[in-house]
Design a protein around this ligand. Sequence first.
Ligand code: SF4
Ligand code: SF4
Length: 334
Amino acid sequence: MGEKNWMNKVVFFTDITKIDDALENFKIDNFSGKTVPIKLHMGEIRNKYFLKPDLAKAVVDSLKKVNAEPYLYDTTVAYPGLRSTKKGYEKVAKIHGFTEKKVGCGVVIDDTGKKVTVEGRDYEVGKHIVESSHIFGLTHVKGHIQSGMGGAIKNFGMGCVTKETKRAIHHGSKPVFTKDKCTYCGICAEVCPFSAINVKESSWKICNRKCFGCGVCVDACETDAIINTDANFQYLLSCSAKACVQNKNVIYFNELKRIAKSCDCDPTLNKIICPDIGYIISDDIVAIDKASIDLINNVKSDIFEKENKVSPLKQINFGEEIGLGSSDYQLIEI
Ligand code: SF4
Ligand code: SF4
């Protein structure tokens, strides 16, 4: 929302009926008369912890009260499955209860994008997002295999771009090995959360099937024998998020409940790693994710790093570095 030189407000509450009071802190009246995509993840089939239709309805009702015209919005995914096509994702949305009848607005699944350049790289941002001046980011906060935590930055950086850009971000963070620089110390193999690397005497091997491109090995290698194909995953995520939200009016709502180890795309059993905390709202994407990490750390210290072996703070630091937002915030409890 432009340059700011004051500390960001992050409003915390536990009772959803306070949502309108919370939103009053963020010039919600400016959304009046606007068509507003509510960017959210409507859950992978068999995932239990994704954001529920009742919460989406609360947001829809609040936006309607200020005469905005909201609709639920997400993009198709790059991996195989129902959510990889518009039709398939619409079906999943329906199965999970995101219907006009239950939520009070329509659902749009986007499969096309427009190029936006950030920090010298091109990102294909969902067409509806590019064409909207006012956006609502509705995020279920949980862990993530590559970025430690998936919050608002992830919701936009990965969730608001086309399949091609999603693939490019995933591919760009995979490690590239240079034999001549390797001392075969084995540290990369030790730190890899997925046992994707095998080092023996003068042999270094990677199992690409196991590698998720988290970049932990790249950070640990002291000789630069492994580098990212393009850049760190969380860096690319922050840049991609900036491509989606820069110069837009965006309000972010993070739900800190059902905080699971891995993301809402995970169809496996998954597990809850932190008790429910509540809800936070801000108009700064970096502040809201930093506040999410801090609130979760207060209850379960460094839980994302412990569970996923990747620090989620990187996306915060990268986000600040590229001017996506600021991690300075004032928490206001209502
Ligand atoms: S950490 Fe670097 S130097 Fe050590 S084995 Fe891995 S790639 Fe080679
Ligand atoms: S990028 Fe992550 S998953 Fe891939 S080899 Fe390195 S540490 Fe393992």
